[in-house]
Design a protein around this ligand. Structure first.
Ligand SMILES: [Zn+2]
Length: 46
């Protein structure tokens, strides 16, 4: 109960909500970006 999962939709730097853009539907490549501090991170399958 005390474990807190890191929400990938929230910026780890400023805590603001991230917006995502799907780059490749088949490979599930998604880019998350923060409009507040400019952080960008991509997620893709291993
Ligand atoms: Zn941010």
């Amino acid at each position: 109960m005390s474990a807190r999962a890191v929400d990938p939709r929230v910026c780890p730097t400023c805590g603001d909500a991230l917006t995502f853009e799907i780059l490749d539907d088949e490979r599930f490549l998604v880019v998350w970006s923060c409009v507040e501090c400019g952080l960008v991170r991509a997620t893709e399958p291993v």
